[in-house]
Ligand binder design. Structure first.
Ligand code: NAD
Length: 422
């Protein structure tokens, strides 16, 4: 991070703040409480020396931001990506606060990040970096303080190493410190699928409201990692046609439908979609402008922008990723009025809901079936959708602002009722 950079001038952080202000205006929040609710509580920066396979030592920078600790332990993923910044992590932590609150979880919001291109690391280097990061943030986290989970560039194995590092430090097996772990280490059945299952659940529910049946639904998805691929599978099994997918190397378009099994096998063997023969190659920019019923960004922030918002050709924009739509694009889409949006804090909330279930199972040492997990998940998603739809009508605002009003109101009320210490 450049020494003169602060989180407050990061474009992603500003995007989150503008969204916050629109909701706080509706709530009529007074200035003091507004700032207190908006600002992150703690931002930790760590510097991590890691021995590479060559014998050389490299220093990596990492972050953990705890945005809100007033309504329970903080919760949020850890991202390994070369472009991670503290401001981005702070924005993602803020969105986690509103998301957890919106769906009624007893958590605050947090996020972590490490500036690294994990794809260029060997497995042993990745393990040493993951353990070192956990070692550095151990004083600030724990099952009752802050519970990390996977995000872009991290997965079940990384969570397993982190849980092991923390447990070794404590001297006992303590699986509730992270979620998204392998099943053998206290992971929950259904967690791997949970975010995509939730995105697909909302897509189906809103398409039903719009009167569009599965056989008339084509889907384009940016990002073919955990969220993108699981969403694709869930919507395919429902009966929709997946006509576009992409990853960091570019996209594939096939109007007749992409063979998802073949695409997953190709990525497992080749580490990316590059060269996948199941369709025509397109760039990530072209992919977003393909004609389709549902467009699902499921990679990084700020991909739907002032430049492409007028060119989108979908009916429904389902935000699998966090923060994929800039405020300028949001404004353009609202003026267009022909594209419905399922905002990120609602759309991808299935992930943190099942992370919560995993944590509960860890704390109780009592494990549920996948059916139990999905049944409870679907009921929480239905409740969240109903309250967002009702709030949108009540305030005659966008669905994003309605979701944020619900999420932010509970956090600010808790802060006001707790008062100030001392
Ligand atoms: P992942 O690392 O499993 O997958 C990310 C995918 O995006 C990969 O296919 C990668 O190649 C692709 N990608 C990376 N850079 C890209 C670029 N510039 N253009 C196009 N594609 C690119 O990550 P994930 O866990 O699937 O997370 C994806 C998004 O969903 C993120 O915004 C994340 O914050 C959000 N999210 C994840 C979860 C979860 O449970 N994993 C929960 C809620 C929200």
């Amino acid at each position: 991070m450049a020494l003169n950079e602060t989180i407050y001038n990061s474009p992603v952080f500003q995007q989150a703040c503008t969204q916050f202000d629109a909701a706080a205006d509706i709530l009529g929040m007074e200035a003091g409480l507004r700032e207190r609710t908006k600002r992150p509580r703690r931002c930790v920066i760590v510097s991590m020396p890691v021995r590479m396979d060559s014998g050389k030592v490299e220093i990596f920078e990492g972050y953990r931001v705890q945005h809100n600790l007033s309504t329970g332990p903080a919760k949020g993923g850890i991202r390994f990506h070369q472009d991670v910044t503290l401001g981005e992590v702070a924005a993602l932590a803020m969105w986690m606060s509103w998301k957890c609150s919106l769906v009624g979880l007893p958590y605050g919001g947090a996020k972590g990040g490490v500036v690294v291109n994990a794809r260029d690391m060997s497995l042993t280097e990745l393990e040493r970096l993951s353990r070192r990061y956990m070692q550095e943030i151990t004083p600030f986290i724990g099952p009752n303080i802050d519970i990390p989970a996977p995000d872009v560039g991290t997965n079940e194995q990384v969570m397993g190493w982190m849980m092991d590092t923390y447990s070794n430090h404590k001297g006992f097996y303590d699986p509730g410190v992270v979620t998204g772990k392998p099943i053998a280490l206290g992971g929950s059945l259904g967690r791997r699928e949970a975010t995509g299952e939730g995105v697909a659940w909302f897509v189906k529910a809103y398409l039903q409201d719009m009167g569009i049946p599965p056989e008339k639904t084509t889907v384009v998805i940016q990002g073919f990692g955990n969220v993108g691929s699981e969403t694709a599978l869930a919507l395919y099994h429902w009966g929709a046609e997946i006509t576009g997918i992409s990853d960091f190397t570019g996209g594939i378009h096939n109007p007749k439908g992409i063979d998802l099994k073949a695409a997953l096998a190709y990525v497992a063997a080749n580490k990316s979609l590059q060269g996948f023969p199941g369709g025509e190659s397109v760039t990530n920019e072209q992919l977003l402008e393909l004609p389709c019923t549902v467009l699902i960004p499921a990679a990084l922030e700020r991909v739907i922008t002032g430049q492409n918002a007028r060119k989108l050709k979908c009916r429904l924009l389902a935000e699998g990723a966090n923060g994929p739509t800039t405020n300028e694009a949001d404004q353009i889409l609202s003026e267009r009025g022909d594209i419905q949006i399922i905002p990120d804090v609602l759309c991808n909330s299935g992930g943190v809901i099942v992370s919560y279930f995993e944590w509960l199972q860890n704390l109780q040492n009592y494990y549920w079936t996948k059916n139990e997990v999905f049944d409870k998940l679907h009921r929480m998603l239905a409740k969240a959708k109903a309250s967002v739809d009702e709030t949108q009508k009540k305030y005659n605002c966008s669905r994003r602002t309605a979701a944020l009003v619900l999420g932010i109101a509970r956090v600010s009320e808790a802060k006001a009722k707790r008062g100030l210490f001392p």
